[in-house]
Design a protein around this ligand. Sequence first.
Ligand code: GDP
Length: 326
Amino acid sequence: MSSAGADESLADGVRRGERRALARAITLLESTRGEDRPRADALLNALLPATGRALRLGISGVPGVGKSTFIEALGLRLIGRGHRVAVLAVDPSSSLSGGSILGDKTRMERLSQQEAAFIRPSPAGGTLGGVSGRTREALLACEAAGFDVVLIETVGIGQNETTVAGMTDLFVLLQLPNAGDELQAIKRGVMEVADLVAVNKADLDQAAATRACATLANALGGFAAHSHGTRPPVLTVSALQGEGIDRLWTEVERIAGERRASGAFDARRRQQSLSWLWDTVHAALLDDFHAHPAVQAALPALLADVSAARIAPPVAARLLLDRFEH
Ligand code: GDP
């Protein structure tokens, strides 16, 4: 079969919800080889009409807060209600460390055995379109395959949350019950993108978890410029015991329903599509810039000159851009 014919049947397989086809499609979309890009682009466009129908939920929190336990508990519950659940990860740090979250096969073992679940670790390394671009493409492929809830996990280190909020409909931040003492991740950027905050491990100390809720609700109230103008609900959950998960999902559906009714839901997606276009352009230009031989040749000396204050930073930048353009 020609590669175009093979890719057409790959797209058909994805649309029929075949998991192997979906896995192969995502591998093609994630490829960092320039020669794969035309096929990947054709596949993406072929799948596009079948996308957009999932609820896209971002989930973040510091390592150990219980993200994978929570995703497994939530995922199993949603499958029990007839949903099909895909789990993806955004881990920009993995391009540095070479590792990846969700990489550990023992995580989410029960969920991964479900026919109605699809779990994909974050792509490691490479820059073509950036890690987040590849996760966005994987998300569309999952939607085309009929997964109607897509959970995107990221490690809470500030920048990641903004990236994931930029590709999801709703963003859930998990916190530990000792938030009252330490208030982890109460960084302005993170709180501004959180649509819902869940204090996990409430089973360990319900009173502490309830106190943490009050402290967090208070802190959130201080962020008057929250992106949606409403204060995100703060709930206690126990991912391990499955407590509070139903209530959390009810809140997710309520918020999503309100935004659908107001038009904010679709507006956010349109905005995200445009941002994705620009992100891709910026990333590609930056790659070209760094790969340019004349830029590479001039860079070390100019960096040294800027560090030693022998040349003004914008002047050095313009010298580099001149070399890039000529
Ligand atoms: P992640 O690093 O955020 O993905 O966290 P994990 O899901 O791997 O959980 C870290 C540890 O916390 C594991 O030992 C879990 O069993 C435990 N854990 C997760 N959720 C809960 C919970 O609700 N209650 C209790 N007591 N332990 C939990």
